[in-house]
Design a protein around this ligand. Structure first.
Ligand code: FAD
Length: 383
């Protein structure tokens, strides 16, 4: 008779995969289940690429977690034989005098000992010729940060977790089977999964799984990204000439041309509500027009660039943009890990370590990510 796992982790996105990995390394018997498989196209972790940056304004917790996460990503990808899934492109923050976020980012990075260069407009123009810096008065450059090839990286985490003994399977969990003191989940098809602890790392599916608790707190929004074709033979759009860049003041960010897919442009304004199962993933004409308008000002050589590819994904937003990681208030055996709010991918390793430590009771809760700090109607303060 096989031993039932100590912990079942539901969801093999960046949060669930790294949680399973850390729980296993801490000695637990772990089962990891995902309804569609790790890094699938409907998951938030299923995008081609995600920025890993250390800067978070004055939110030191996330800067610390990002700093802890990057070496773990690198080590795991090395062990998986896929170091190519991290590109050290550097990350460039575009700042204006009136933008306190970039100033606070520079201060926090300095305090944490993260290497970051402060650049004036002349430096910016000479180092990054594809970008137009009109209106930008300073840049903060993180040379060691970069881009994770997300979909494949999260698969590598699951592969490594399995190699270390995590039992992984594709199955859909029906949480209605878990109530009060019950110790089992029902799977689609009627099978049951028993454990002492359950971690739900279900990204944009969390509000539907826990509608009373999380319905009012998590808002899932449709977000689009566009890959624009760069001119033939033009190296200005590849790293190191073009790093990943962030212009939060203008509500946009971009990635260099990696693997010849084109320069990626994303807008950060929150889109309409989105159903992760059934939502239409055809890109919108308005979204493309907005991305092109932005590209025309910041990446002028791409003004008339052809669209090579577009992806529709979803953010799972908490009101403030802080992550949501906590024990379920009415079910002692259940933990929740989600609320990635458009910035969670990079933090998977630190989130996984934190969840594993919370389950073991070895660290206190961080207020910022706890349930009590989440209130409907809060202003978004995490960028
Ligand atoms: C366009 C876009 C750009 C982004 N850019 C960045 C970036 O540059 N940097 C960054 O750090 N972050 C970024 N993010 C955010 C980041 O991608 C997310 O925060 C992160 O991927 C969330 O991971 P997750 O594990 O919480 O959720 P997911 O990746 O969605 O994983 C949840 C998993 O749970 C499974 N699941 C759900 N319900 C069930 C069930 N009942 N039974 C079994 N399995 C279930 C799903 O199948 C899914 O695989 C971006 C997001 C988007 C959409």
């Amino acid at each position: 008779m096989p031993r039932s796992p100590d912990v079942v982790v539901v969801g093999a996105g960046t949060f669930g995969a790294w949680t399973a990995w850390h729980l296993r390394r801490a000695g637990h018997a772990v089962k990891l289940v995902d309804a569609f498989g790790a890094g699938h196209s409907r998951a938030s972790s299923g995008g081609e690429s995600r920025i890993i940056r250390m800067g978070y304004g004055d939110r030191t917790l996330y800067s610390r977690w990002a700093r802890e996460s990057l070496p773990q990503w690198k080590q795991l990808l090395d062990e998986a034989g896929r170091p190519d899934l991290f590109h050290e492109t550097g990350v460039l923050w575009l700042g204006r005098d009136a933008d306190p976020h970039v100033g606070a980012t520079a201060l926090t990075l300095d305090r944490l000992g993260v290497v970051a260069e402060s650049l004036d407009p002349a430096d910016l123009r000479s180092r990054f010729p594809a970008l137009d810096f009109t209106g930008i008065t300073r840049g903060v450059f993180e040379p060691g940060s970069g881009v994770l090839l997300a979909r494949r990286a999260v698969n590598a985490v699951v592969d490594q977790a399995v190699r270390h003994g995590v039992d992984y399977r594709v199955a859909s969990v029906d949480p209605s089977g878990l109530s009060g003191g019950a110790d089992a989940l029902r799977l689609g098809g009627g099978a049951r999964l028993s454990a002492g602890t359950f971690v739900f790392a279900c990204g944009p599916w969390l509000p539907a799984l826990f509608p009373d608790l999380l319905g009012p707190l998590l808002r899932t929004t449709r977000q689009e990204v566009f890959f624009l074709g760069t001119p033939a033979g033009d190296r200005r759009f590849r790293p190191p000439a073009l790093p990943a860049w962030i212009d939060f003041h203008a509500g946009a960010y971009g990635l260099p041309d990696i693997e010849g897919r084109g320069a990626k442009v994303g807008l950060t304004a929150l889109g309409p509500a989105f159903d992760p199962d059934r939502g239409d993933r055809a890109p919108s004409a308005e979204g493309l027009a907005a991305a092109r308008r932005f590209a025309a000002t910041r990446l002028p050589a791409l003004r008339d660039a052809p669209l090579l590819e577009a992806r529709v994904c979803q953010y799972t937003n908490t009101p403030s943009g802080d992550l949501l990681i906590d024990r379920h208030p009415d079910r002692d055996s259940v933990w929740l890990a989600g609320g990635g709010s458009g910035h969670g991918f990079k933090l998977g390793p630190a989130v996984g370590a934190y969840v594993a430590a919370r389950v073991a009771g070895t660290v206190p809760g961080e207020d910022l990510v706890g349930l009590p700090a989440k209130r409907h109607g809060q202003e978004r303060t995490v960028l």
